[in-house]
Write a protein that binds this ligand. Structure first.
Ligand SMILES: Nc1nc2c(c(=O)[nH]1)N[C@H]1C(S)=C(S)[C@@H](COP(=O)(O)OP(=O)(O)OC[C@H]3O[C@@H](n4cnc5c(=O)[nH]c(N)nc54)[C@H](O)[C@@H]3O)O[C@H]1N2
Ligand SMILES: Nc1nc2c(c(=O)[nH]1)N[C@H]1C(S)=C(S)[C@@H](COP(=O)(O)OP(=O)(O)OC[C@H]3O[C@@H](n4cnc5c(=O)[nH]c(N)nc54)[C@H](O)[C@@H]3O)O[C@H]1N2
Ligand code: SF4
Ligand SMILES: [Mo]
Length: 870
């Protein structure tokens, strides 16, 4: 395969998730491109989900950071880099190497990551470099290392095609890894069974043969119970255990405790017949893949939960064979590459830890003057020490911790108090970068060049197809420049990613001798042209196929894990808060927030709550609610739905101070982590919720967005074609909102009885802004008014908010590719008696492109006529 596809297209990989889909990008203008799936990429064979499909909408220059900034002042690169190098050098000289830190990201390329890791661990002499992957898969890393001796993901996507049973544990795959989900679906349509284990009935769970809506945090009890059942049913592979696994004498006795069917059903709070069905299905199906993600990892017992899963697979010999493996599916596009370079504070480099041998080996290889000799601070400890004043300089790259860390309010305070904060980002203003003393403009997706590793160990090239705008530079370049300016010219003299890649590959096989499975010897001498043309390849083959594991005795480990008692609800905090993702948004929305198509699937941050709880607490569907924990509070719009368990709430993680006055999920979780992995327990925080009354509601449509969000109780920003919509609600006098309107010709209508006010601002005869507020009246659908932003002349019926004649509100957008709203789908299902998803596709097009909405369509066919999508 060559980098260029046909017709001037460039082969690259998606900016988003760990599925790692291949993309063909064809520039169509200076900042525009056609985006298609790469049919030759093994991860997706040409398919893309809704987020990948709409990447083209996110490559404009809106909001980009284009120049280095010191405070609010634009400076040249030399000045900015010199200052960063000087402040880090001075801080180290005065307070030692452990007084500085890097906080990096699984959204860096492997080459970026390698250079940052080398600078901190080999030259600065501290291991205080941690990454947002700590929040994402540290428990999987720790679990793999305990079970296998090395952080190896033993599965590949091909295993899904060979499996007869696929178990998804704590994974909303249909939304978060949609292309892998389509592969799962295809296999299940071909006869394999699907079991989903998730406290929520997600769209993923909807389509499963069996959904176990377990009590949160009881995965160990479930998996231990299953293993005990397997032992009784004679499914444990004693021969495999005897030859390939080291098992403590006490293991089986410990496992038996509380693992009978009845106890497990009680602990997990699932119907006994469902549990039995699951156990029987597992026992009867040797080719089983157990795929897991954040419902397992983001827990105070995340590592144990991972090992409960690896125990099952080891004990039944379901590993190292086609269609049989535990499968930790990764979140970010290069979460795996970060693990390979050793970018976590708890690892050193290239799958080596901090044993004296490894420290000496890596020190030799790097010719490093100041090797770190012990692990550094993990994210939670790092930000705690920042708050305590022990970390005095921090450099944050490609992550937004004031939003994504637990107890994010404290992270903010810590950054505000830190003497020197550097932020490398592609966006000018983020919730984190407002605290930066120095902001460095990084090259973004489409401009940067290097490699990424996806969930199944496939390494692919990410290639540039756009010129970096302004003075933006690749992350590896920025870090290497600082390294040089700190005094290490030779060690950081790279002038292209290929050089870094070769060094990374050399280190992976340096004095390896088969002790570390991660090794890329074949690429260590690769030429620049070959690097540029490098096709995707998977390292590691089929790990453990020979039953040998990278431990001193060559055996894997069964790890005794015990279910921690489920805590009783606290008096003031009677409910449990779960947090996670929406289908069409990515993390803190710095990219997906730019796409009008993606914005329409979920326009508001919703708190999902069971109808019984809602009724008890007087919370109404569509009303506002305040979600409160001991750490903080934030407003959300309520969505009353039976997909939630009683006494449990779910909120999304995507909204920030840039995009809303509420929806700040990060303020709510405790800053506590798994004791082994340090991964925060984001999925279960003690919480309470209360209704919030408002006096008026309204919306503001703008051609040019506001510099800051509207100052009212509730405001959320939605990208719209040609402008922005702010949805608002409040208690005070909405007249204060007038100040937000741009200058221009003003037309206005007032209905005092309903407390309604409609204002339009025209500029040169075109609509520039529309502000509609009401106390008791109705508000028109926003679609028609938004469409007016693009019209050359404002329509005479502007203040009616609609064209003459009958129009229907489209409702939330279900199919982002063809812009098909809920209303049209429900109408078509009823009027045309549509019976299945293909029939909806034939009638409306919905679901026929990327396929991300097919699970939602299937759900609508079942719940047709209901008033809301859950
Ligand atoms: N659309 C979209 N896709 C993404 C991302 C995104 O932001 N948006 N982010 C990417 C990243 S970085 C990641 S890490 C992945 C995350 O992908 P996922 O892990 O699939 O996503 P989450 O929504 O965080 O959580 C998964 C599920 O865990 C369930 N859960 C909560 N508690 C428990 C429990 O105790 N036990 C079990 N068994 N389940 C539980 C939740 O109800 C939730 O449905 O997604 C990646 N893909
Ligand atoms: N409550 C709760 N919190 C969570 C989670 C949860 O489930 N619940 N999930 C956690 C997980 S799994 C994850 S992965 C994190 C994600 O959380 P974050 O990493 O904080 O989220 P992003 O929005 O992806 O932040 C990436 C930042 O990097 C910038 N960026 C993008 N590309 C580049 C680049 O090439 N170079 C540079 N320098 N910058 C770039 C973007 O503009 C953005 O500001 O959130 C975690 N936080
Ligand atoms: S599944 Fe979607 S978001 Fe993930 S890599 Fe593929 S196209 Fe991108
Ligand atoms: Mo993640």
């Amino acid at each position: 395969m060559i980098p260029a596809g046909s017709g001037g297209s460039i082969r690259t990989t998606c900016a988003y998730c760990g599925v790692g889909c291949g993309i063909l990008a064809t520039p169509t203008g200076e900042r525009t491109a056609r985006i298609e799936g790469d049919p030759d990429h093994p991860a997706n064979t040409g398919k893309l989900c809704s987020k990948g499909t709409h990447l083209g909408e996110t490559i404009g220059l809106d909001g980009r950071l284009l120049h280095p900034m010191i405070g609010k002042r634009r400076v040249g690169w030399d000045k900015a880099l010199d200052l960063v190098a000087k402040r880090f050098r001075d801080t180290i000289a005065q307070h030692g190497p452990n007084s500085v830190a890097f906080y990096v990201s699984g959204q860096l390329l492997t080459e970026d990551y390698y250079v940052a890791n080398k600078l901190m661990k080999g030259f600065i002499g501290s291991a205080n470099i941690d990454t947002n992957s700590r929040l994402c898969m540290a428990s999987a890393v720790a679990g793999h290392t305990r079970a296998f001796g090395e952080d190896i993901v033993p599965a590949t996507y091909d295993d899904l095609d060979a499996a007869d049973l696929i178990i998804l544990v704590g994974s909303n795959t249909a939304w978060c890894h949609p292309i892998v989900y389509q592969r799962v679906r295809a296999r299940c349509d071909g006869g394999a069974k699907l079991v989903v284990i998730d406290p929520r009935r997600t769209e993923t769970a909807d389509e499963a043969d069996l959904h176990l809506a377990i009590r949160p945090g009881t995965d160990v009890a479930l998996m231990n119970g299953l293993l005990a059942w397997c032992r009784d049913a004679g499914v444990v592979d004693h021969d495999y255990l005897a030859r390939h696994v080291a098992t403590l004498d006490t293991f089986w006795d410990q496992l038996a405790e509380g693992s009978d069917l009845w106890s497990v059903a009680r602990t997990c709070d699932v119907p006994l017949p469902d549990l039995k069905r699951f156990f029987e299905l597992f026992a009867a199906t040797p080719r089983t893949v157990t795929m897991f993600s954040q419902g397992v990892n983001q827990s105070l017992s995340g590592t144990d939960q991972v090992n409960a899963i690896t125990n099952l697979h080891l004990a039944t010999g379901r590993i190292g064979k086609p269609g049989a493996a535990p499968f930790s599916i990764t979140g970010q596009p290069n979460a795996m590459g970060g693990r390979e370079v050793g970018g976590l504070a708890s690892s050193l480099a290239a799958h080596m830890d901090f044993t004296p041998d490894n420290v000496a080996r890596v020190g030799r290889f790097w010719a490093a003057p100041n090797m770190a000799t012990r692990p550094g601070l993990k994210a939670l400890d790092l930000f705690r020490e920042l708050g305590d004043g022990r970390i005095k300089a921090i450099w944050i790259m490609a992550t937004n911790p004031t939003v994504s860390m637990p107890d994010a309010g404290r992270v903010r305070e810590a950054l505000a108090a830190c003497p020197f904060v550097v932020v490398s980002d592609v966006i000018e203003t983020t919730d984190t970068s407002v605290h930066a003393h120095v902001r460095l403009p990084a090259a973004a997706w489409g401009e940067k060049d290097g490699t990424v590793t996806n969930s199944d160990r496939t390494i692919s090239r990410q290639r540039a197809f756009l010129a970096a705008p302004g003075e933006a530079r690749p992350d590896w370049w920025i870090v290497a420049q600082v390294g040089r300016r700190m005094g290490w010219k030779t060690a950081f003299s790279y002038d292209r990613p290929a050089e870094i890649w070769r060094e990374h590959c050399r280190l992976s096989s340096y004095e390896n001798g088969g002790t570390r499975l991660f090794a890329l010897p074949g690429h260590a001498a690769q030429g620049n042209a070959d690097y540029d043309a490098m096709p995707p390849f998977r390292w590691g083959g089929t790990p453990f196929a020979d039953g040998r594991f990278p431990t001193p005795d060559g055996r894997a480990r069964l790890v005794s894990v015990v279910q921690t008692p489920v805590a009783a609800p606290l008096p003031n905090w009677p409910m449990t808060l779960n947090t996670g993702r929406y289908r069409d948004h990515w993390h803190t929305m710095t990219r997906t927030g730019l796409s009008p198509k993606l914005a329409r699937h979920r326009e508001d941050p919703l708190v999902e709550i069971h109808p019984d709880d809602a009724a008890r607490l007087a919370i109404v569907d569509g009303g506002l609610a305040r979600v409160v924990t001991p750490q903080g509070e934030s407003l959300f719009r309520a969505s009353v739905t039976r997909t939630q368990r009683v006494a449990e709430l779910f909120v999304p993680i995507h909204w920030t101070d840039r995009t809303a006055t509420g929806g700040r999920a990060g303020l709510l979780p405790r800053p506590l982590g798994d004791p082994i992995s340090g991964q925060p327990g984001f999925k279960s925080t003690s919480v309470r919720i209360e209704p919030v009354e408002t006096v008026w509601r309204g919306f503001l449509i703008l051609r040019d967005d506001l510099a800051t969000r509207p100052d009212c109780l509730w405001a959320t920003r939605i990208a719209a074609p040609g402008g922005t919509v702010w949805e608002m609600a409040g208690t005070g006098d909405p007249a204060t909102l007038m100040a937000l309107l741009p200058k221009g010709q003003r037309i206005e209508a007032i209905d005092a009885a309903r407390g309604s006010r409609r204002i339009a601002i025209l500029n040169g005869g075109r609509l520039a802004a529309a502000l509609f507020v009401t106390r008791d009246g109705a508000l028109p659908s926003r679609d028609w008014l938004v469409a007016q932003l693009a019209e050359a002349v404002a329509a005479p019926t502007l203040l009616a908010g609609r064209a003459p004649g009958v129009q229907v509100d489209r409702g939330p957008i279900v199919c982002a590719c063809f812009d098909v709203g809920l209303t049209a789908i429900l109408t078509a299902i009823a009027d045309q008696r549509l019976a299945d998803v293909p029939a909806i596709g034939a009638a409306l097009g919905a679901g026929t492109n990327c396929g991300s909405c097919r699970p939602a369509l299937a759900r609508l066919l079942v719940t047709e006529g209901s008033t809301h999508v859950a």
